[in-house]
Design a protein around this ligand. Structure first.
Ligand SMILES: [Zn+2]
Length: 458
């Protein structure tokens, strides 16, 4: 069998295994007019945006997000592979994510490098007061109001594959990743997701290789919600994930090694979108607010945050009365805070003009919204969970801090504890690694991955 036949078979296998709608987008620019070159030696990174100019090291970034990994899990579970990455690489166990620490807003802030106010994805599910449309775990990348790294890369001539990342689906416009799905593929196992990603990378026969490959897996989050962060099920999910990653990293390195030059570098970046916290009380948002059944109010809750969107066709007086009455009612509960959009703490950068609610209700740690209680409140064990939740502000609930690990192949980074980092630094860091400019507004400092040799004792 010829090599080309094998490639076609590999693509077919990926399509059949994953139900994948494969999008192979033509290169937008001819070779030789690609992105700007990063200043040599800047921040100690290897990077080359312009592959036609002076030959130099080429960087590939493989960025994998694991949903819901609290650093505490690493001390509870046997995770030899992640331990090795940390010992040889650079890591943060104090990775602070945006508020609310929910999968959609946090992933999008990581990919775009900007606040929720700027990227416009405030929750996993949200409403838009202007379009009067509700979005539930949306897959439509046109909802993004800021540029994600896969577009930043494509715009500057870096070929990218972005599968399973929040809002990487159905990409349109002048610049897109080379590979993406039309919509999120539900029902795949983590192994199937990684297999698909690897199959696409291996089958890509373009002489200009993929240099940004992004994927997502989710087992630790599911175990954390269902059984709680202190459960044995979380330990098992982490150990299974560790073994899966070890196996795939081996395959990733082997594939990358084919055809690379001696100075080239592979960066394997593992991040998560939030931690996980034990829940002792579930709150039914409809029973709490007394707004069930009204068609002029849209109530959307996720984690410990609920948004009340008042129909803009209500008169100003009706809106004021409804807001005042609801706030009065909520004053009886000492485990929550209610903010009008314009009163949201400015440091949250959360007051999106049409996608933040007119009233935003935030529950204290230990409490989570859920539709399961019959009345206002119930214990998780009485309504079959969830026993773990996220959404809380990391400064208020440090259980929301998560992990970030970077491993460089073949030259290790040396086991650097990066200390506290912020999710909004990830976009500029990946841009620096690739030798391209970050998107407008992604103004976080790139994380410096090199050890400071001038530091005594380092
Ligand atoms: Zn979750």
């Amino acid at each position: 069998m010829k090599k080309n036949d094998l490639i076609v078979l590999a693509i077919l296998a990926a399509v059949l295994a994953g139900g994948l709608g494969l999008h192979l987008i033509q290169q937008r620019e001819p070779p030789g007019v690609q992105g700007d070159r990063i200043a040599p030696g800047e921040a100690g990174y290897y990077g080359r945006g312009d592959t036609s100019a002076a030959p130099g090291p080429v960087t590939t970034v493989f960025w994998l997000s694991i949903d819901g990994v609290r650093p505490y899990y690493l001390s509870r579970a046997e995770t030899p592979f992640l331990d090795r990455l940390m010992a040889e690489g650079a890591y943060s166990l104090e990775h602070e994510v945006v508020f609310p620490s929910l999968t959609f807003p946090t992933h999008v802030s990581q990919a775009t490098g900007v606040s929720i106010r700027e990227h416009g994805i405030p929750m996993n599910r949200f409403y838009d007061l202007e379009t009067r449309r509700r979005h539930d775990y949306p897959g439509d990348s046109r909802l993004l109001e800021a540029e994600p790294i896969w577009i930043t890369a494509a715009r500057q001539g870096i070929r990218a594959a972005s599968l399973d990342w929040v809002l990487a689906h159905g990409q349109t416009g002048e610049h897109t990743a080379e590979y993406f799905d039309p919509e999120f593929q539900r029902g795949l196992s983590d192994r199937e997701r990684l297999d698909r990603l690897l199959a696409i990378w291996r089958a890509d026969a373009d002489p200009d290789p993929l240099r940004l490959v992004m994927g997502y897996i989710g087992a630790p989050d599911r175990a954390g919600h269902r059984y709680g962060p202190d459960s044995n099920e979380v330990v098992r999910a982490m150990e299974d994930t560790d073994a899966l990653l070890r196996e795939h990293y081996q395959a990733i390195v082997e594939h990358w090694e084919t055809g690379r030059q001696p100075e080239d570098r592979l960066y394997f970046l593992i991040t998560s979108d939030h931690g996980m916290s034990a829940v002792h009380t579930l709150i039914n948002p409809y029973a709490l607010t007394g707004l069930d059944g009204r068609d002029d109010v849209t109530l959307i809750a996720g984690g410990n945050v609920a948004h009340l969107y008042l129909d803009r066709r209500l008169s100003a007086a009706d809106r004021e009365n409804l807001l005042a009455a609801t706030r009065d009612r909520l004053r009886d509960f000492d485990y929550l805070r209610a903010y009008r959009r314009e009163e949201l703490p400015p440091e949250w950068e959360y007051d999106h003009p049409t996608r933040a609610g007119d009233l935003v209700v935030v529950l204290d740690p230990g409490y989570s919204f859920s539709g399961r209680p019959e009345g206002i409140r119930a214990a998780p064990e009485d309504v079959n969970g969830p026993r773990g939740m996220h959404g809380y502000h990391p400064e208020e609930n440090p259980d929301m801090l998560t992990i970030a690990l970077v491993h460089r192949h073949p030259e290790p980074l040396g086991g650097i504890d990066l200390g506290p980092i912020h999710s909004r630094q990830l976009h500029p860091t990946v841009a620096a690694l690739l030798g391209i400019d970050p998107a407008d507004g992604a103004d976080g400092e790139p994380i410096v991955l090199e050890r400071d040799e001038s530091e005594p004792g380092s």
